[in-house]
Design a protein around this ligand. Structure first.
Ligand SMILES: NC(=O)c1ccc[n+]([C@@H]2O[C@H](COP(=O)([O-])OP(=O)(O)OC[C@H]3O[C@@H](n4cnc5c(N)ncnc54)[C@H](OP(=O)(O)O)[C@@H]3O)[C@@H](O)[C@H]2O)c1
Length: 277
């Protein structure tokens, strides 16, 4: 028996499993009804967290060419888990995405009940479809956005930007992973349902992130800023750039503003890099 059962043997799934007491990770195919039921019966959890899905390798462009696989994993899978959890009376938590908006909503940031307005990539469409369908049920949905972590990883925004060297500079909401995991745990412990934007308060452009990187991690690092129009000539599909409101989350959890959280994260990132030298 485990308190939490996590589906999705990927980056976030493993982070959640490591961060929660009494958690088990399932590698079951979430589109396979029988496999999902068997996993839930075996572990008998109070809470199931879905971290499985197709995010695309090396990036989200993959989803444009693999729409069937993306739809199955990102839409059919979450519905299969939802049905199994309802049937077995287990609280269902789904890791969604904040990449369902474009812009900053006239400076207010997008709240959870604002309708998605970004349909520029197949990946984002599947996240919107799943979110809408799950919103009709007592499910907790955690919107993650441009995750940033304290150690190098090919999915970590810091690691990605440092490799690109030439970056766009649009204000975005970001999720420091440790804060995302902490906020998710708080909401789960309170038995919350509904959609929550789990990002650090405020917003940051990539240039600001890399300037702090120069200051804290590597003073010799250089980068240049490119216009959004140039990015569109390099990628197959669009990318969401958006700012989310964190007012709803603030009723339950206080997270550091992004500037403070990013500095702490980069200080840790430097320690990890130095320890590997
Ligand atoms: N990383 C981000 O930037 C980001 C941002 C916002 C939201 N999210 C969401 O967070 C969730 C986790 O993302 P992540 O970064 O951890 O991605 P990840 O590292 O790619 O992990 C996803 C895992 O799900 C697995 N998977 C795919 N289809 C599956 C299926 N039918 N049954 C069981 N497992 C399946 C993948 O296996 P394969 O590798 O074999 O496909 C992979 O191990 C996703 O829903 C993603 O949309 C991620």
């Amino acid at each position: 028996m485990a308190q939490y059962l996590i589906f999705g043997n990927g980056w976030i799934g493993n982070k959640f499993t490591a961060s929660l007491p009494d958690a088990a990770l399932s590698r079951a195919d979430i589109t396979n009804k029988q496999a999902v039921h068997e996993a839930i019966e075996e572990h008998n959890p109070n809470i199931v967290i879905n971290c499985a899905g197709k995010t695309g390798r090396p990036n989200v462009d993959w989803c444009e060419d693999h729409q069937r696989e993306t739809y199955l994993a990102n839409v059919v899978g979450p519905m299969t888990l939802r049905d199994a959890c309802l049937e077995q009376k287990v609280h269902f938590v789904h890791v969604g995405s904040g990449c369902v908006y474009e812009g900053d909503n006239n400076g207010h940031g997008f709240a959870e009940d604002d309708l998605p307005n970004y349909f520029g990539s197949y990946y984002s469409k599947t996240k919107i479809w799943a979110e809408e369908a799950l919103a009709q049920y007592p499910v907790l949905q955690l919107r993650l956005r441009m995750p940033v972590d304290k150690g190098p990883h090919d999915r970590n925004l810091i690691t990605k930007l440092v490799k690109y060297q030439r970056v766009i500079n649009v204000q975005n909401s970001l999720s420091i992973i440790d804060d995302f995991l902490y906020a998710g745990k708080c909401l789960m412990e309170k038995g919350c349902t509904g959609i929550y934007n789990i990002t650090n308060p405020g917003a940051m452009g990539h240039a600001r992130l890399l300037t702090i990187y120069q200051e804290i991690v590597d003073p010799t690092f250089t980068f240049t800023v490119m216009p959004l129009t140039e990015l569109m000539t390099k990628v197959k599909t669009g990318r969401s750039n958006c700012v989310l409101s964190t007012k709803k989350l603030a009723h339950h959890v206080t997270l550091d503003p992004i500037e403070t959280a990013m500095r702490k994260c980069l200080e840790h990132y430097k320690q990890v890099i130095d320890a590997r030298k």
